[in-house]
Design a protein around this ligand. Structure first.
Ligand code: ATP
Ligand code: DNN
Ligand code: MG
Length: 252
């Protein structure tokens, strides 16, 4: 069974169970897959735009997450809200530079504008779901909640020990806010998964949210054309062939 990527909501908020779990790589894979799997909407400027509201941990001249998405997915329409140097959550990073974070309304305005011009807008948070994005303490969850009926969240998680709890915590926080989950993605799936990872995969697939797929370990090192060619398969697979049948259960 494969997922019809075109049926994903127009706004996809890419969050994760933590920082460094593969949100950017997943965003790139989604951008590459959606660019190829969907038709351009009449009158639109393009199929996919990517927005990173708050980029921390990069110097002014360094490539940020949207540049990595552009490199891997070839998506030209990438946009950044504010970039800050300190590798921290946005509020303390802004304090260190004496910078003012854009308010939530500013991000809502930019996303609304992009949504008028592109078929899908992917919005990548900073770290996990409840990391604050502005001085008023708004989070990516608040941003997603500003677009009822038009937004879905993509939750990126790790493959190894600890991911079951982190994933459940993130899904519970989304459910508590009534935010729909478009899908769960494992950000880096090893070539030779161990027993724990195989068991985790089975568990994650059986959760009551769509399992979108898993990005193979090493994917960021692929040439962009190989990355783009692979992305559709990584994200469309509901039931791949790599689950140990001994670990499979029909229901849970
Ligand atoms: N599938 C993968 N294979 C190999 N390396 C990966 C994979 N996914 C992510 N990485 C690496 O792990 C690191 C963290 O990944 P990534 O930047 O996508 O995380 P993130 O969740 O976007 O973090 P942030 O909160 O900083 O935005 C990067 O160096 C990235 O290249
Ligand atoms: C610097 C890092 N790569 C991200 N941009 C910001 C992650 C903030 C995480 C805050 C936290 O949850 O403790
Ligand atoms: Mg990132």
């Amino acid at each position: 069974m494969t997922l019809d990527l075109a049926s994903l909501p127009p706004l996809l908020f890419v969050t994760g169970t933590d920082t460094g779990v593969g949100k950017t790589v997943t965003t790139a894979a989604l951008a590459a897959a959606l660019s190829r799997a969907t038709r351009p909407r009449a009158g639109s400027r393009g199929r996919v735009a990517v927005y990173k509201p708050t980029q921390t941990g990069v110097l002014g001249h360094e490539p940020g997450d949207v540049d990595e998405v552009q490199r891997l997915a070839g998506t030209g329409a990438v946009f950044e809200g504010i970039r800050l140097q300190a590798p921290m959550a946005p509020p303390p990073a802004a304090v260190l530079e004496g910078a003012q974070l854009p308010p939530l309304a500013g991000h809502i305005g930019r996303i609304s504008t992009l949504a008028r011009s592109y078929g899908h807008v992917l919005i990548e948070g900073a770290g996990g779901l409840l990391v604050e994005l502005d001085a008023a303490g708004h989070t990516l969850a608040d941003l997603a909640a500003a677009f009822p009926g038009r937004a879905g969240t993509v939750v990126v998680c790790r493959s190894g020990l600890g991911t079951l709890n982190h994933t459940q915590l993130t899904l519970e926080a989304l459910a508590r806010r009534g935010l729909p989950v478009a899908g769960l993605v494992i950000g880096s799936w090893p070539k030779d998964p161990d027993e724990v990872e195989l068991s985790n995969l089975e568990y994650l697939r059986a959760l009551p949210v769509p399992f979108l797929g898993k990005i193979p370990a090493g994917a960021p090192a692929l040439a962009p054309e190989e990355f783009a060619a692979g992305a559709r398969g990584w994200l469309g697979n509901f039931f791949g062939s790599d689950v140990d049948p001994a670990l499979s259960r029909s229901t849970r």
